[in-house]
Design a protein. Structure first.
Lengths: 111, 114
């Protein structure tokens, strides 16, 4: 069973507009949820994580994510997108002794 | 200083050959991983080591053999390379096996089998 799902292959947003990259999870118990970003020809970089506590998690580069237990979602957000945010974003869930990644969402921020 | 480094960055080889990829981390982490990213960017764990001990082996063919000489190094040897092995291989490390630790990734090794 898929642990995390990213329903959008691609998200396009204009620079300066807010952005949302969606992620839903399916796991019993308390999830360990992560967002990673991959720039072209680079390894993944950690952005933020939710383990417990405040549902709104703040991370690197102005990104934040909201853990919503009732909707089993962990959407990534940023109030004002930059062209330099264009990259591949992965949601991940720590379960069964390993990190399981979603299929990735390509974010394109245009001028 | 690079936190997680991999060599080589690119590897082009023919079917049937044997090749190795090396990984080193200078973060003092106890746990290291190998991931495979396919052409569709799907990322999947292959192996995990904690303090030189294998803890995860994800239904990977026996042609793939990881080796951890010490907790700062995790190498991947691949025998009898096949076309389907073409992918980007990422090494990663974390403080320990707790799933709440974030992982730090290397820059990747792009393997092309012809």
């Amino acid at each position: 069973a898929q642990s995390v799902a990213q329903p959008e292959d691609q998200v396009k947003v204009a620079e300066g507009n807010p952005l949302t990259v969606k992620c839903t999870y399916s796991v019993s118990g308390n999830p360990y949820l992560f967002w990673y970003v991959q720039y072209p020809n680079r390894g993944l970089q950690f952005l933020l994580k939710y383990i417990t506590g405040d549902n709104l998690v703040k991370g690197s580069y102005g990104f934040e994510a909201e853990f919503n237990k009732s909707q089993t979602s962990f959407h990534l957000k940023k109030p004002s997108a930059l062209v330099s945010d264009s990259a591949l974003y992965f949601c991940a869930n720590g379960t069964a002794s390993k990190l399981t990644f979603g299929t990735g969402t390509r974010l394109q921020v245009t001028l | 200083d690079t936190a997680v480094s991999q060599t080589p960055k690119y590897l082009v080889t023919q079917m049937g050959n044997d090749k190795s990829i090396k990984c080193e981390q200078n973060l003092g982490h106890d746990t290291m991983y190998w991931y495979k990213q396919d052409s569709k960017k799907f990322l999947k764990i292959m192996f995990s080591y904690n303090n030189k001990e294998l803890i995860i082996n994800e239904t990977v063919p026996n042609r793939f053999s990881p080796k951890s000489p010490d907790k700062a190094h995790l190498n991947l040897h691949i025998n009898s390379l096949e076309l389907g092995d073409s992918a980007v291989y990422f090494c990663a490390s974390s403080q320990g096996t707790w799933l709440g630790y974030e992982q730090y990734f290397g820059p990747g090794t792009r393997l092309t089998v012809t």
